[in-house]
Design a protein. Structure first.
Length: 202
């Protein structure tokens, strides 16, 4: 009888839950508690589902983690780029890019701890790919704004590093005493500083 009830519940889960439902629930855990929180049993409990339903859609936990990171890349990188690309000038795109990043950085996100956890969670490859995509796009944008190609690449690396570091500071509990808008304005100013300024001794 118990077996019959379990079979019925399994069949109900199959009809009720899609692959996207599982990804939605897993992404919510990622956003709240980081990539380590993406695990089969807690996500199943959140959905009120059986683990059997999970294995109907995914081969294993790693497949779910990959799906979560695919969504993270799409939401936090590809869609952001697509949005700013709608603007006319590279200066407008750069300003809008920093504005969106500044707003999102203040929100709770799994990305705040993802970079620190990437090695332990064995997700360095997808995280590195996203980092390179961001650096590459920002470098192209800066170059379009008139920064030389080599300098644009250097600035892009430093700017992406600063943004990721800022997120990790927020994850530690630190709260800045400056409005995010002011930080965004300064970030834009740093990005667009005239070339030729060198440190003493150069």
């Amino acid at each position: 009888m118990v077996g019959d009830e379990e079979t019925i519940r399994y069949g109900t889960d199959m009809a009720r839950l899609s692959r996207d439902d599982w990804i939605d629930a897993a992404y919510a855990r990622f956003s709240d508690d980081g990539i380590a929180a993406v695990a089969v049993e807690p996500v199943a409990r959140a959905l009120g589902a059986t683990k059997g339903s999970f294995y109907w859609h995914f081969a294993d936990r790693r497949a779910l983690v990959d799906a979560v990171l695919d969504r993270w890349r799409d939401l936090e990188t590809e869609q952001l780029i697509a949005e700013v690309e709608l603007l006319d000038t590279p200066q407008e795109r750069l300003a809008r890019l920093f504005e969106i990043i500044g707003h999102r950085s203040m929100q709770r996100s799994g990305e705040r701890t993802l970079y620190a956890d990437a090695a332990a969670a064995q997700v360095r490859e997808p995280v590195t790919a996203v980092t390179e995509r961001r650096v590459g796009y920002l470098a192209e944008l800066l170059h379009s704004c008139g920064v030389t190609e080599a300098e644009a690449r250097r600035r892009a690396i430093l700017l992406v590093s600063a943004i990721i570091g800022f997120q990790q500071l927020l994850a530690s509990g630190w709260v800045p005493d400056i409005h995010p808008r002011a930080l965004v304005d300064t970030l834009y100013g740093v990005a667009m500083i005239p070339e030729g300024v060198t440190r003493p001794g150069r």
